[in-house]
Design a protein around this ligand. Sequence first.
Ligand SMILES: C[S@@+](CC[C@H](N)C(=O)[O-])C[C@H]1O[C@@H](n2cnc3c(N)ncnc32)[C@H](O)[C@@H]1O
Length: 243
Amino acid sequence: MNEKQSSQTNLNEAQEQGRYIRKIRSFVKREGRLTKGQAAALERSWPTMGLKHEDGKLDLVEVFGRDADTIIEIGFGMGHSLVSMAAAAPEKNFIGIEVHRPGVGACLMEAEEQGVTNLRVFEHDAVEVLQDCIADNTLAGVQIFFPDPWHKKRHHKRRLVQPEFVEHLRGKLRVGGVLHLATDWENYAEHMLAVMQSAAKWENLSATNDYIPRPEERPLTKFEKRGERLGHGVWDLKFRRVD
Ligand SMILES: C[S@@+](CC[C@H](N)C(=O)[O-])C[C@H]1O[C@@H](n2cnc3c(N)ncnc32)[C@H](O)[C@@H]1O
């Protein structure tokens, strides 16, 4: 058996056994260097704020020491929006998921600076974290801001927002929970809208049945401010789980 056949056999076996194997990922892992500040923040704050995929299903009340609405942000980058939102809503719990280690370090550094304690982070693939660590019907919100647009048509399959993924997300939200998406790439905005409109059991919160004005709670990023000056667009979408 050649290498290709053998990996196909492994995949078939895993699928038959019901093991979860994804062939296409929404990210390419970059081995960026940590700054001293990021490394120090990881060392100081990981023990209190870090969550590990291998620890399995989370008990949110135990993790946060209280029963409160929990919002997950997928692909938080350097964590600017996530930390500002957590600081602005201390009554809610926030969980960030990011694969890029320097981003996780930057997020913890900013959380320390702002004295934010209602935040936990994973350094792992969000698709696996949702599958293995988050119980069904538990989240008040999920947000995905400026996910990698994967510009080239042949890479569109790598886009995070896809029918199967949003159906998976729906199961993690409780009924009434909200999915908030934002992108600055028009073609991805149209793709997001098409995916969400054809997905069952969601209600579009847009008055015009497409996009919504930027909600107050989503912090305006530096990059977005620059885009605004240059006349670039940003599209926000919010859908509520209705069943
Ligand atoms: C274009 S950046 C946007 C970052 C941030 N949300 C912002 O608005 O600045 C997309 C981020 O998503 C992360 N990402 C992509 N796929 C992911 C996945 N499956 N799980 C966790 N993070 C992911 C990437 O590492 C990257 O940092």
